[in-house]
Write a protein that binds this ligand. Structure first.
Ligand code: RB5
Length: 153
């Protein structure tokens, strides 16, 4: 199984349902398998529940990357980063998406449906998926994001 066969996990709250559907359609059209963990409607829900589901899919290897959408992207990214194995980046455009893959080895992308338009979000998602981690000087810093590391007293 190649990495491209591993699904992209999607999760969102009610504010993110429409943008998530747009992202999902684009992913499927491009041939990416998708694991859509909801929510699927506009009834008010709690974004931490969907962040937790997507992060579990990523850490358990059921998903290659996660994509989270709420109104601002802020709450759902904060929730995602409570999982110690997750490096979730809230980005506003494709530049942020590229740099967080290159420098932070981000494994979850967060987007704010009330903050950016669908075309910008689509560009960010495509860039996120297409950009490899650079390694090298970033390894030392990314290691310091793991729960095993603590700052020297
Ligand atoms: C929901 O109204 C909104 O609070 C949520 O989508 C998100 O923006 C929270 O950070």
């Amino acid at each position: 199984m190649s990495p491209a066969d591993i699904p992209i996990a999607l999760g969102n709250d009610h504010a993110g349902t429409e943008l998530k559907a747009t992202l999902r359609a684009a992913l499927e059209a491009a041939g990416h398998p998708v694991l859509d963990l909801g929510t699927h409607g506009t009834e008010s829900v709690d974004y931490p529940d969907f962040a937790a589901a997507v992060c579990a899919a990523v850490t358990e290897g059921r998903a290659r990357f996660g994509v989270l959408v709420c109104g601002t992207g802020i709450g759902i990214s904060i929730a995602a980063n409570r999982n110690p194995a997750i490096r979730c980046a809230l980005v506003q455009d494709s530049t942020g998406a590229r740099l967080t893959r290159q420098h932070n080895d981000a494994n979850v992308l967060a987007l704010g449906a009330r903050m950016i338009g669908a075309e910008v979000a689509l560009d960010a998602l495509r860039t996120f998926l297409a950009t490899p981690y650079e390694g090298g000087r970033h390894d030392r810093r990314v290691l310091k994001l793991s729960p095993a590391w603590s700052p020297s007293p």
